[in-house]
Ligand binder design. Structure first.
Ligand code: BG6
Length: 497
C-alpha cells in the first residue's frame, strides 16, 4: 500500500502517550522505510514550547530511543527528529485555531503534503468534541484538497449515553469514515490472527460452534497495579478500562460469523453483529449470578511490600472501583446458543498474560473407560501475550497394553518465525490510518454495541447493595470466591503450560 505525503497533528502532544507510544512507533516505521517521503509531525498542546524543545522532549530524550540506540547523535535520529514541529494553542484547546491553521499551511507548502492531515487526539475525551468543532470552525476538516482523518484515543465514553453523545458530537464535524477510534489490542498480531485461525484453517472452523465447544474462557492478567494512574483509574475500573474495549474486541472476533471478504466494512459489519448478539443482562439476579468484582489488597510480593488499591495515590480510601472483573455471559445466536463465555481481567495478578481458551466438549460417546481424561482436556489455548502462540491440548495413548491415555501438547510460538519483524500495536495502527485502512479501528456502532452490554453491569455495580465485591491479596489469581462464577464447569485456567 502507498502512504501519501502527510502531516500528523498530535493534540496533547506534550503528554505521556506521544513519548511512550507514538514516537517509538513512528521511529520504527521510519527505520523500516514505511513513512512517506514527506512526513511531518506537528505537536499541539497548551504548553509553550519551541520546536527544538519539543524535539528534545519527545524524540531525543525519549527513554525508548535512548534504550534502543547507543548513539543518539546518529544522523538517522537527527533526521527523524527534524520532522517534528510544535505549536502551542495559547493555554486552551477551546480557542481559535487560526494560528494552528497557518502553521499547518506553511508546513504543507514547505513539505508538499497536499492537504493530507491526520489529527490525533491524545487529550482527555471531554475535549474531543471541542477540538473537532474548533478544527471545523477553522476550515481544517474539509477534504477539498487532500484527506483529513481524526484518530481518537480511549476511553471512548464513560457509559452508553456518554459514548453516544461523544459519537454524535464528533460526527457533527467529521464523517464516520474520517473517524478512527483506536483500540490498541486490535493492533496486536495475535488478536488479528484470531481471524486467520478461524477463517483460513479448515481444521478449526467446522468445530467453532455450540456443537463442539463447551465453553470459552478469556483471561487478561496484569502484574502491575494502577501505577501512577490512580486518579484516572479510580473513575474507570477494570470494566471500563479493559473489558468494554479490548476484551470485547477479542470477544467479537471469536464470536463473529465469517465476513464475506476482508474489506474493512465487511469485517466490521460482522463484529457489530457479534456484539449485538451478546445477551444483555437485565435482572438483578442475572447480574448477581454472572458478575464478580474485586479489589487488590496490600500484600508482600517477592519480599517487597505492595500497596492495596485503596492506598494507592489518587485513589479514594473508600473506593469501590474494581481492579478485578469477571463476567459470565451467553451469545444469543444460532452458532453459540447455550455456550457460556467467561471473561476476566485484573491488575496485580501473579503474572502478565492474556489468553483465550476454547474448551471442547468430550466426544459424545465414550469408547474408552477410565482414560483419565475429562471434559476439559481438549483445548485450544491462544496466547495473545506474552509467549505469543497457539497451544493445542489433547490425549494420546500411553504405549503398552490397554488404552490408558496421557495428555499431550502441540505448541506453536510466534518467536519461531524469527526473521519476521513483528510490528508493535501502535506501529501497525498508525500505518493503517496513514493509508486510510480502518479495518483495525472501532466503528461508532461497534463501540455503542459494546457499551450496550457493559452499561447494565456498571449500573448494577453502582447500586452497591448485594453486589459481589471481594478482596484479593495483590499477587494472587483474584478473590478466593472467583470460581463461584464458573461453578459447575470447573475452575479458571491460569495461564501456563
Ligand atoms: C490500557 C489500559 O488500555 O491497556 C491499561 O488503560 C492497561 O490499564 C493496558 O495496563 C494494557 O495493555 P497491554 O497492551 O499491556 O496489555
Amino acid at each position: 500500500n502507498k502512504t501519501e505525503n502527510q502531516i500528523l497533528v498530535i493534540f496533547g502532544a506534550s503528554g505521556d502517550l506521544t513519548a511512550r507510544k507514538l514516537v517509538p512507533a513512528l521511529f520504527n516505521l521510519y527505520q523500516a522505510d514505511q513513512l512517506p517521503d514527506n512526513f511531518v509531525v506537528l505537536g499541539a498542546s497548551r504548553s509553550d514550547m519551541t520546536d527544538s524543545a519539543f524535539r528534545n522532549k519527545v524524540v531525543l530524550e525519549s527513554t525508548y530511543l535512548k534504550n534502543k540506540l547507543e548513539n543518539l547523535e546518529d544522523d538517522r535520529v537527527k533526521d527523524f527528529a527534524s520532522k517534528f514541529f510544535y505549536e502551542d494553542l495559547g493555554g486552551s484547546y477551546d480557542t481559535d485555531y487560526g494560528r494552528l491553521r497557518k502553521r499547518v499551511e506553511d508546513l504543507k507548502n514547505k513539505y508538499q503534503t497536499s492537504g493530507n492531515i491526520i489529527y490525533y487526539l491524545s487529550t482527555p475525551p471531554t475535549l474531543y468534541e471541542t477540538i473537532a468543532q474548533r478544527l471545523s470552525d477553522a476550515g481544517m476538516g474539509t477534504q477539498n484538497n487532500g484527506w483529513k482523518r481524526l484518530i481518537v484515543e480511549k476511553p471512548f465514553g464513560y457509559s452508553l449515553d456518554t459514548a453516544k453523545q461523544l459519537n454524535r458530537g464528533i460526527q457533527k464535524f467529521f464523517k464516520e469514515d474520517q473517524i478512527y477510534r483506536i483500540d490498541h489490542y486490535l493492533g496486536k498480531e495475535t488478536v488479528q490472527n484470531l481471524l486467520i485461525t478461524r477463517f483460513a484453517n479448515s481444521i478449526f472452523e467446522p468445530l467453532w460452534n455450540r456443537n463442539y465447544i463447551h465453553h470459552v474462557e478469556i483471561t487478561n492478567a496484569e502484574s502491575v497495579g494502577v501505577e501512577k494512574r490512580g486518579g484516572y483509574y479510580d473513575t474507570s475500573g477494570a470494566l471500563r478500562d479493559m473489558f468494554q474495549n479490548h476484551l470485547l474486541q477479542i470477544v467479537s472476533l471469536i464470536v463473529m460469523e465469517p465476513p464475506i471478504s476482508d474489506a474493512p466494512e465487511d469485517i466490521r459489519n460482522e463484529k457489530v453483529k457479534a456484539l449485538k448478539s451478546l445477551r444483555v443482562m437485565k435482572t438483578d439476579q442475572e447480574l448477581f449470578d454472572h458478575t464478580i468484582r474485586a479489589q487488590y489488597t496490600k500484600s508482600v510480593i517477592d519480599g517487597k511490600e505492595v500497596k492495596g488499591y485503596r492506598e494507592e495515590e489518587g485513589v479514594d480510601k473508600d473506593s469501590t472501583t474494581e481492579t478485578y472483573a469477571a463476567i459470565k455471559f451467553f451469545v444469543d445466536n444460532w452458532r453459540w446458543k447455550d455456550t457460556p463465555f467467561y471473561v476476566r481481567t485484573a491488575k496485580r495478578m501473579p503474572t502478565k498474560a492474556t489468553e483465550v481458551v476454547i474448551h471442547f466438549k468430550t466426544p459424545h460417546h465414550q469408547v474408552f473407560q477410565d482414560t483419565g481424561l475429562d471434559s476439559k482436556d481438549n483445548k485450544l489455548v491462544i496466547r495473545i501475550q506474552p509467549d505469543e502462540g497457539i497451544l493445542i491440548k489433547f490425549g494420546v495413548k500411553v504405549p503398552g497394553q490397554g488404552f490408558k491415555v496421557e495428555r499431550a501438547n502441540l505448541d506453536f510460538y510466534y518467536s519461531s518465525l524469527a526473521e519476521t519483524h513483528v510490528m508493535e500495536a501502535y506501529e501497525r495502527l498508525l500505518l493503517d490510518a496513514m493509508q486510510g485502512d480502518a479495518t483495525l479501528y472501532a466503528r461508532a456502532d461497534e463501540v455503542e454495541a459494546a457499551w450496550e452490554f457493559v452499561d447494565p453491569i456498571l449500573k448494577y455495580w453502582e447500586k452497591g447493595k448485594d453486589v459481589r465485591m471481594y478482596g484479593y491479596a495483590a499477587g494472587v489469581w483474584g478473590p478466593e470466591n472467583s470460581n463461584e462464577l464458573i461453578d459447575g464447569i470447573g475452575e479458571w485456567r491460569n495461564p501456563g503450560p
